[in-house]
Design a protein around this ligand. Structure first.
Ligand code: CTP
Ligand code: CA
Length: 227
């Protein structure tokens, strides 16, 4: 196995994968989160590892365990994820599969909020740093390939194409997470890969197969440059 890994197309290449949800505390016992199991990010990290890459896996509190054979950095909040992602650079490719909470609670309390004392809570929010946009915009140390995800419920291709331009990343892996598809929390995914040349619909397949196909594409794309 070691010999096979050493000979993989990504041997000696370092890659970053973010995965899982983030949790944004409201008080010591409550948080705001996203509906993400971490399954797709975990499968991508494993697929990149299988091609020989050295994988830094920055994960929020996911419901599936991280894959063996990768360097795991556990984080809770979006800001911790940002710091861990920046600390992982330089990398040849960065894949942002995490479902990052868009907002954090600025009125978070150090002690448990009590129904009787506070009545209905009035939460105040601030926008979290956009890790994908920040890494895409780096002038020095930008990964050779930056891949984002776009989970959409409406106008999937149009929204994801606009998102690719707004974030400044190279590829967007778009998926339709409307309830009817059963994708969120399921074992399958139906994605569209969006790049500078247009978009490609991939057939519906298991998350492991999506990951393997994406990892192969990544290996082709970064195969030539040296990071
Ligand atoms: N992302 C990130 N940091 C954030 C928010 C999102 O790195 N603070 C990344 C995600 O990991 C994903 C991509 O950006 O790869 C798109 O996330 P998404 O939530 O679809 O995009 P947003 O810009 O937050 O737009 P929306 O209003 O649709 O949530
Ligand atoms: Ca978002």
């Amino acid at each position: 196995v070691e010999a096979a890994l050493a000979g993989g197309p990504l041997a000696g290449r370092r890659v970053l994968v973010t995965s899982g949800p983030t949790h944004e505390p409201i008080d010591p016992v409550r948080y705001i989160a996203n509906r993400s199991s971490g399954a797709q990010g975990t499968a991508i990290a494993a697929a990149l590892r299988d091609l020989g890459a050295e994988v830094v896996f920055v994960t929020g509190p996911a419901s599936v365990p991280p894959p063996p054979g990768v360097t795991v950095q556990r984080v809770e909040t979006a800001r911790e994820m940002r710091d861990a992602a920046l600390a992982a650079l330089p990398v040849a490719a960065a894949i942002f599969a995490a479902a990052v909470a868009d907002w954090r609670v600025t009125s978070a309390s150090d002690s448990k909020m009590k129904k009787t004392k506070t009545g209905l809570p009035q939460l105040e929010f601030a926008e979290n740093p956009d890790i994908l946009a920040e890494v895409s915009a780096l002038r020095e140390g930008r990964p050779g390939l930056v891949v984002g995800f776009a989970a959409e419920t409406d106008d999937v291709i149009a929204n994801a194409t606009a998102k690719r331009a707004r974030k400044g990343c190279d590829w967007i892996v778009a998926n339709d997470v409307s309830h009817a598809t059963g994708i969120m929390g399921g074992s399958e995914n139906a994605v569209t890969l969006i790049h500078a040349e247009g978009s490609e619909d991939w057939p519906r397949m298991g998350k492991a197969q999506v990951a393997a196909r994406l990892a192969e594409r990544i290996a082709e794309a970064i195969g030539a440059d040296k990071t």
